[in-house]
Design a protein around this ligand. Structure first.
Ligand code: 5GP
Length: 174
């Protein structure tokens, strides 16, 4: 397995983060907003996104796991779900590293709605539209990527490469 070409550079990410924060700010103004970062993949994106807001913004995290290597295990394990008290009546923005089939954000949005959120939207760093199987509304997307396995800027391959500053293709994976 080797690191392939850079798909999204550090500079492109920084510019896209500013752009989506402007879009979010246009839509939400100074109103209520709770960012819910999906760990571990969204760790870098969440940290940069929240610091790009021109005002105070609240955040929490949720943990979702479905991948081993480059393969989805098919079953989503969700840990660390917020309490109803944290979510009830709030405008929630799920912050995700990548929307692939859409299964993860679809399940998480349902769970957060069931906890009593007033609204739930999705903000994703990456989007693989060609792989979509679930009808999910992704309100804020930084980049569409082709159907290749990507790592970096929070995204891993078996725990590796999360710390890359850019998003790269991973080649020759078994
Ligand atoms: P979905 O549920 O939309 O099919 O997949 C979403 C999750 O799968 C992401 O949060 C991420 O953990 C994982 N995933 C999907 N595609 C990739 C990829 O190309 N690279 C990495 N590292 N993870 C991916």
């Amino acid at each position: 397995m080797t690191l392939g070409k850079v798909l999204v550079s550090e500079r492109d990410i920084a510019q896209a983060v500013e752009r989506v924060v402007e879009e979010i700010t246009q839509d939400y103004g100074d109103g209520d907003l709770l960012l819910v970062g999906v760990m571990d993949g969204a760790v870098c994106f969440l940290a940069d996104l929240m610091r790009a807001f021109p005002r105070s913004v609240e955040m929490t995290t949720i943990r979702a796991t479905s991948y081993e290597g480059t393969e989805s295990l098919g079953e989503l394990t969700v840990n660390n779900l917020p309490t109803p008290e944290q979510i009830r009546g709030r405008h929630v923005l799920i912050v995700e590293d990548i929307v692939d089939t859409g299964a993860t954000v679809s399940v998480l949005a349902q769970k957060i709605e069931a906890l009593g959120a007033t609204s739930v939207n999705v903000c994703a760093l990456l989007n693989k539209p060609s792989r979509r199987e679930h009808d999910v509304e992704t309100a804020y997307i930084c980049f569409d990527v082709p159907d290749v396995f990507v790592v970096g800027y929070g995204l891993d391959y078996n725990g590796e490469f999360r710390n890359l500053r850019e998003v790269r293709e991973l080649s020759n994976v078994e």
